[in-house]
Design a protein around this ligand. Structure first.
Ligand code: NAG
Length: 290
């Protein structure tokens, strides 16, 4: 999956923080220690980055599963203690961005385990032009802002917190990758003055972002696979070079473009367009038989 902000800052939570950050959390958030217990806490505190990756993942899985499967009463007790503590500490020191977020989440989802689980996730802010890719089985929570979200087919969604929808904590905790560290932020590769390409590390798709000032024209070269165009703002005309078919486009339009079609777009009012299609790396491999 890829997330790309449209016009404003997008904030997002993404699993999981690094080992060092997790140790800091265990040292500074007593409510979490209370929920996961001393055995899991000590197991994490005794680890270091040189340890076997499977040991790191298994300690994180055990602590996170313990947290996520806590009883309703334990969760609400921990959250009310956390809230009381942060509110009182905010009078003597500035809260960290994560702490302030946790208080904000608590207002939206009182008594939700996701409020506390947020401490295990990276707090990521993306500005327009930046993108984030998420592999399968990496939990995340969308907080605010508007973005384009592109997903491969047959993705199933399993929820565990910060939602009124159905939750399946055991399945979620069992299937996660437990990958640790801050995610890679994609800045995109400029194709020309108007189009930037975002290439995630998987084959399913890639995303182009096009910002076309009023009066300008740009050509999207033909691709060996089909594309979907989404007009996120502005007005203009989209011309299919071969058939001479021309469409007036404006905000909210979604267009399907077949393979091998060269598209020429002209803007009346600055256009913001996203295109997605099969990742070109797939065709490079496929066609060169690599
Ligand atoms: C794209 O269309 C515009 C407007 O019709 C035209 O001026 C421009 O030459 C076209 N560009 C190409 C590369 O065909």
């Amino acid at each position: 999956m890829v997330l790309l902000p449209i016009l404003n800052i997008v904030s997002h939570l993404l699993f999981s923080i690094s080992l060092q950050e997790l140790k800091d959390v265990l040292h500074t958030v007593p409510e979490i220690v209370e929920m996961i217990g001393d055995a899991d806490t000590n197991r994490v505190l005794l680890l270091n980055d040189e340890d076997d990756e499977d040991d790191l993942k298994s300690a994180l899985r055990s602590a996170f599963t313990q947290l996520m499967s806590a009883s309703k009463s334990l969760i609400s007790k921990a959250i009310s203690e956390l809230k009381r503590r942060l509110n009182s500490e905010s009078e003597v020191r500035p809260l960290t961005a994560k702490e302030a977020l946790v208080l904000q989440l608590e207002k939206q989802y009182p008594d939700d385990v996701g409020v506390i689980a947020a401490f295990f996730l990276n707090y990521v802010k993306l500005t327009p032009g930046e993108a984030l890719h998420l592999g399968a089985n990496e939990p995340h929570a969308y907080i605010s802002g508007e973005c384009i979200e592109c997903m491969a087919t047959s993705d199933n969604v399993i929820r565990a917190g910060l939602t009124p929808k159905f939750r399946d904590v055991q399945t979620l905790c069992a299937m996660l990758t437990y990958k640790q560290g801050f995610p890679e932020i994609l800045q995109g590769v400029p194709m020309n003055p108007y189009i930037t390409k975002y290439i995630p590390p998987f084959d399913e798709f890639e995303v182009d972002r096009c910002v076309l000032p009023g009066g300008a024209s740009v050509v999207f070269p033909a691709s060996p696979g089909p594309s979907i165009f989404l007009v996120a703002g502005g007005e203009g005309t989209m011309l299919h070079e071969e058939s001479h078919r021309s469409d007036v486009i404006s905000e909210g339009d979604v267009l399907f473009v077949p393979d091998e079609a060269e598209i020429n777009i002209t803007s009346e009012v600055e256009l913001l367009i996203f295109r997605t299609g099969v990742n070109h790396k797939f065709f490079d491999t496929f066609m060169n038989g690599k």
